[in-house]
Write a protein that binds this ligand. Structure first.
Ligand SMILES: [Zn+2]
Length: 236
């Protein structure tokens, strides 16, 4: 028995076994150190940090949020409704769809490629609950809430509204840009619904926003070739 143990020890600690053991210990130490650093960070920096570790930014074109989370809490605002089925930025092309698999989760909205400075309009009426630079990758972000829904319009060059302002559908609320975790000028359009988990991202094309009476296919509002090129039909 002793002989067997000695033999095993020789394999583990001698020659190649020794090298593998050292590599294993070093990798383990790095993983623990990275996790310790992450755990010491406050939210939402922690989410960003772990997303970055797991996905390797900057290959993402957007903010990365854990499924079911939103850093903008719902206020419970129920106001006059209104809806416009139109691309929130004129002249846009579709550059990414809702549900595109990412290394870490999936894409929570639609991306419209659009020149910087293009006016961004509110798809629905509601109250502005966020209008500033977002620390978790959305860049200059405007959030509009109404009847348990939020629309997020992200990566803007500048915002044109303020928190607490009631806006109507079609109103200019920002100017598009390339701010935050963004790899090119584009508008990120995201719809969230209040849920037991706090908030969940929805496919805008399948949602009826407050004031909306007919389906609005946000993918078909832009040239068909862009839609097909991006392969969004796989998800719709
Ligand atoms: Zn996006």
């Amino acid at each position: 028995m002793k002989g067997i143990l000695k033999g095993m020890a020789a394999v583990v600690f001698g020659g190649m076994g020794c090298f593998i053991t050292i590599v294993f210990v070093v990798v383990l130490a790095v993983v623990f150190a990275a996790a310790a650093v992450g755990n010491a960070l406050p939210q939402p920096l922690q989410s960003m940090y772990f997303a970055w570790l797991l996905t390797g930014v900057p290959n993402q074109s957007d903010a990365v949020l854990p499924v079911g989370s939103s850093h903008i809490p719902f206020t419970g605002y129920d106001g006059p409704t209104g809806f416009v089925c139109a691309v929130p930025a004129q002249g846009a092309t579709l550059t990414d769809c809702f549900g595109t698999p990412r290394v870490w989760g999936y894409h929570h909205g639609l991306d419209y490629g659009v020149p910087e400075g293009t006016p961004v309009t509110a798809p629905m009426s509601g109250i502005v609950t966020y209008a500033a630079f977002s620390p978790i990758g959305y860049g200059n972000l405007v959030v509009i809430e109404n009847h348990g829904y939020q629309v997020l319009l992200a990566h803007n060059e500048s915002v044109a509204v303020h928190v607490g302002q009631v806006v109507v559908a079609g109103q200019v609320i920002a100017y598009s840009g390339n701010t935050g975790n963004s790899t090119g000028p584009h508008l990120h359009f995201e719809v969230r619904r209040a849920s037991e988990k706090g908030s969940e991202a929805m496919d805008p094309a399948t949602v009826f926003l407050p004031g909306q009476t007919e389906a609005c296919n946000w993918y078909h509002l832009v040239p068909a070739n862009e839609y097909e090129t991006k392969g969004c039909e796989r998800f719709h």
